[in-house]
Design a protein around this ligand. Structure first.
Ligand code: SF4
Ligand code: SF4
Length: 440
């Protein structure tokens, strides 16, 4: 698998080079070069911000086509709880789950079940006192990637647990193998995803070697077919097996509230999240025990692949939760099972650094300062970089030149024009053959 796989991609034909996206990207991953946006894959965290702000729909998110499930003998759907908020007048979650079976899945295993187990595991790990507080949730892969590239000092705060989707996939596979007697490779597990970052996380996971999920089908892709099947469900099967805790992970604050600890904070939207992380870096949030951060506005219900307004979806989930038990899934025994934990630590990815060694980085940094001082400081984006400082960095890295700045270019042209005017004075005067000197 390409280690720089990204769900978020650019449709070059549609891009008009308007520069809207470059300024909003939280990792300065985009430049406009030769009139088209270019995404630096090492920097992109698949947050989808650029998709939301592009007026020409030139940025899009890839997911797997529904046909992918046909490659497996036994197919299991893992619906994200955000899916439940997409339907009007829904009273019972089992209608959605039965609908998924009619769409073509043999089994449905709710991700909210995995979420309840992750909540249980988090409570236990926090009670053991082994985690660095405030603990930052690892459930949103775009946030984990953001921390990895922009906030090296906060890597140690990230909760080292697999996402609910992974825990659900592992349990679903185990149950299916026991039930059917099929080998693991005949069982296909598909996440019904609300967002692009989860697609990337399945293909190129962080914290674990490989995902237990075989593919990700977008909510928006399955939605029309699913609605058709749901409309025909008269007797829904009793499949749902999760409670308020698991289903609430769909929206902002659900994961944090499940810890039954008041010293928590929940933020959504990448710009708000960055403010929280900066405060945490400045040690202004040390009174908190847990921080839940979601890249999408409203949490997973606001993912780029959802079809409903996130606030409407959140209100529907609120209503659905009313008749659910608090939680249906708990960990056996006292310990957190090793299979729920990350196998490695979150490591800083120095993709924003100017050089690999500190001496060279310092040298380049002072060059960046010098060039930035010479630039106009307008951060207008006309050069194709998100700010004057970003252009200075690109110049130092040999990826741009000072004349890419239109003001610098204008100064240069002005200088050349002045020189030409000055040189004109040195030109020999025109003479009529055998006559007087003429003014040119
Ligand atoms: S998905 Fe997010 S990080 Fe990636 S290029 Fe777009 S705005 Fe930047
Ligand atoms: S927002 Fe970005 S991707 Fe969209 S047209 Fe403008 S430059 Fe191109």
């Amino acid at each position: 698998m390409d280690r720089f796989f990204h769900s978020v991609t650019l449709d070059k034909e549609k891009c008009k080079g308007c520069t809207n996206c470059i300024k909003r990207c939280p990792t300065e991953a985009i430049r406009v070069r030769n009139g088209k946006a270019v995404i630096t894959p090492e920097r992109c965290i698949d947050c989808s911000v650029c998709i939301r702000v592009c007026p020409y729909h030139a940025k899009k998110a890839k997911s797997d086509p529904m046909d992918i499930i046909k490659a497996y003998k036994y197919k299991i759907a893992l619906p994200a709880p955000a899916l439940y908020g997409q339907f009007n007048n829904l009273d019972i979650i089992d209608i959605v789950l039965t609908g998924l079976k009619r769409v073509g899945f043999d089994e449905v295993f709710e991700v909210s079940r995995g979420a309840e187990m992750v909540s249980d595991a988090t409570r236990r790990l926090m009670a053991q006192g082994t985690l660095l507080k405030p603990v930052i949730s690892s459930a949103c892969p775009a946030i984990v990637r953001l921390i990895r590239v922009r906030f090296p000092d906060l890597c140690a705060h990230v909760l080292p647990l697999r996402a609910p989707m992974e825990t659900a996939a592992r349990l679903a596979r185990k149950e299916a193998m026991e039930k059917t007697g099929l080998p693991s490779e005949d069982i296909g597990i598909f996440f019904i995803t609300p967002c692009a970052a989860k697609v990337t996380d399945i293909k190129v996971p962080i914290g674990i070697e490989a995902s237990s999920v075989d593919g990700a089908v977008a909510i928006s892709e399955i939605y029309p077919q699913l609605v058709g099947c749901m409309n025909k469900v008269e007797e829904p099967e009793a499949i749902s097996n999760s409670g308020i805790i698991g289903v609430s992970w769909a929206g902002i604050g659900g994961e944090a509230a499940a810890l039954l600890n008041e010293k928590h904070l929940a933020a959504d939207g990448i710009e708000n999240v960055i403010k929280v992380l900066e405060d945490l870096e400045d040690e202004r949030l040390s009174e908190l025990d847990f921080i839940e951060l979601n890249a999408c506005p409203g949490g997973c219900v606001g993912g780029i692949f959802t079809v409903e307004n996130p606030y409407v979806a959140q209100a529907r989930i609120q209503r659905l939760r009313k008749y659910l038990p608090v939680s249906c899934n708990h960990l056996p025994g006292k310990q957190v099972p090793a299979e729920m934990k990350w196998t490695g630590e979150l490591e800083f990815a120095p993709v924003l650094n100017l050089a690999d060694n500190i001496e060279e980085a310092m040298k380049r940094m002072s060059m960046v300062e010098e060039i930035t001082d010479r630039l106009p400081g307008l951060d207008c984006g006309s050069c194709g970089a998100p700010s004057c400082r970003a252009l200075a960095e690109d110049i130092v890295l040999g990826e741009a030149k000072e004349s890419d700045c239109i003001f610098k270019m204008r100064e240069k042209i002005q200088r050349i024009a002045d020189q030409l005017i000055e040189m004109e004075g040195y030109l020999p005067k025109n003479r009529e053959p055998g006559g007087e000197e003429n003014e040119p």
